[in-house]
Structure formats: C-alpha cells, structure tokens
Design a protein around this ligand. Structure first.
Ligand code: ATP
Ligand code: MG
Length: 252
C-alpha cells in the first residue's frame, strides 16, 4: 500500500510497513506487531522525537559500552526489521558482538535474522547455533535461551524491546543491562541499568554515532558520564516530559 506523501502520520505508517514486510519475510513474530503498537502509543506521547532525557541515557549507554570488556548487542525480529543496518553500525562502533535473541518462534526465524544481519555487514552473529545455546538461570527453557559465547559470557548487554522476565534474569546473572523501551513504566524499563526511552528507529543510529564520538575519550571521562546517570531519576523525568507535552497540547 502506497502511503501518500501528505499523510500526517506518514513516518509512522512507513515504519509499520517495514514491520509487516518483516513479518512476511519471516523475521518478525506476530506478537512483535502488538509490542510495536504499545511502543507507538508512548512515542505519540513523546511527540515522536528524541527527548532531552533520552539523550542523557544515550550518552550514558555509549560510555558503558566503550568501557565494557565483552559487550553484546541483542537483536530480535522487530530490531532486524526496523534498524538492522543501524544495529550493525552500533556493534562496529562499540566493538560488540551481535546475538539473535527471540522470545517467540523457532530456530528458523533466528537463522533468518542472523542472515539479515550478515547481509548488512555483521560477522560471526551468535544465537543461531544450537550447539552454543545455554540458558539464563531462573527462566523457562523456551524463554531463557542465550548463547554461551554471547549473552552468557558478556558483561554488558544491549537488549532493545526486551521482556521484563528476561531483563530480571539478565540482572540476576550480573549483567549491566542497556535497553531501548518507549514505555518508561514497563518492567524492563524499571529493571535495566540504562533505559533509553526512545524509538529504536531514531535512537539506534544515535547510539552508534555517540560511540564513535566518544571512542577517543579515556576511561576516567567515560566513568564520570556513567556515575552522573541515575536511571530511576531519568525515567521519572521521561514521564514528566510526556505529561508536560500532553498538558501543552490539550489542557493549556
Ligand atoms: P515488560 O515485559 O518489560 O513489562 P511489556 O510486556 O509491556 O514489557 P514487551 O512486549 O515484553 O512489553 O516488550 C516490548 C517493549 O518494547 C514495550 O515496552 C514497548 O513499549 C517497547 N517498544 C515497542 N516498539 C518499540 C520501538 N520501536 N522502540 C522502542 N521501544 C519499543
Ligand atoms: Mg513482557
């Protein structure tokens, strides 16, 4: 379906089309469409723009990634459909490996997501090889799969659009968790160390850019950025940003 250039919601409709194409190509799970719908509602409240507090979280996330020993970028179907090239750029800028991480579905979908990342230039994508699969403690077999060389061995994991149970399991396993989540109230948003309340269609490339920008900085400067970041306070500020936007548009 062609989206008219003048349509006021053109951007958002084009993103939906990308997801539907991802579903048809066997990358996206049906459940992924609903997760996107929930994210869209919060993006509406944000004015569909990267806010001041998302930028603060992006800077802290870039610093944590550059300080990491074994960082991993986790990719699910929605990430593969919406920003595969940007995620590959982030992995390169952060010197991180990539791991396919799916909540629903079978190995076929994991293999297709890995192939999509490799088509965009990624090398050695983890998560699609059954021999290297382990499990995060405290999760069920189907929901807790993780790669022994990847997430299970990592110190820092970027898990965009992650489920709350898995995020808790990652924290219990001692990982530093960075997430993208448009819903500042979700369990993942509240459990992660750094929650970027922004759409991955905008934020992923910005995080890659910040990693490149900060790559020449030393550890003390990066550690200072991390120390000055408080995720709970930042989430509260994101919620205030949303309510202030609503008030400006509808109540004032
Ligand atoms: P939780 O399990 O953490 O409580 P949930 O069950 O409400 O969250 P999930 O489907 O588990 O939701 O996780 C998907 C999350 O990703 C949702 O919070 C949703 O708002 C968010 N999300 C969806 N699409 C995007 C997007 N394009 N960019 C950023 N966040 C998104
Ligand atoms: Mg959930």
């Amino acid at each position: 379906m062609a989206v008219p250039r003048s349509h006021p919601r053109r951007e958002s409709l084009l993103v939906r089309e990308k997801l539907v194409r991802g579903l048809e190509r066997g990358l996206v799970a049906r459940e992924g469409l609903m997760a996107h719908g929930r994210g869209e509602a919060f993006d509406y409240l944000l004015g569909e723009a990267t806010g001041r507090h998302a930028r603060k979280a992006l800077r802290a996330a870039a610093a944590v990634l550059l300080l990491a020993e074994r960082p991993i970028i986790s990719v699910n179907g929605n990430v593969a459909a919406l920003c595969a090239a940007e995620a590959v750029r982030l992995a390169r800028a952060a010197r991180a490996r990539m791991e396919v991480n799916t909540f629903y579905g079978d190995g076929g979908r994991r293999a297709r997501i890995a192939a999509e990342l490799e088509r965009r230039g990624a090398r050695g994508v983890l998560g699609a090889n059954p021999e290297s699969r382990g499990r995060l403690a405290g999760t069920s077999r189907s929901r807790g799969a993780a790669d022994k060389e990847g997430i299970l061995a990592a110190d820092v994991v970027v898990v965009p659009l992650e489920d709350g149970d898995r995020t808790s399991a990652l924290k219990a396993a001692g990982k530093q968790v960075i997430t993208f989540d448009l819903n500042p109230l979700s369990r993942t948003a509240r459990t992660a160390d750094i929650t970027i309340v922004d759409n991955i269609t905008r934020g992923m490339d910005e995080l890659a850019r910040l990693c490149r920008e900060y790559s020449a900085r030393g550890a003390p400067a990066l550690s200072r950025i991390v120390r000055n970041f408080d995720n709970g306070a930042n989430l509260a500020a994101c919620i205030r940003e949303m309510t202030a936007g609503l008030r400006r548009q509808w109540i004032a």
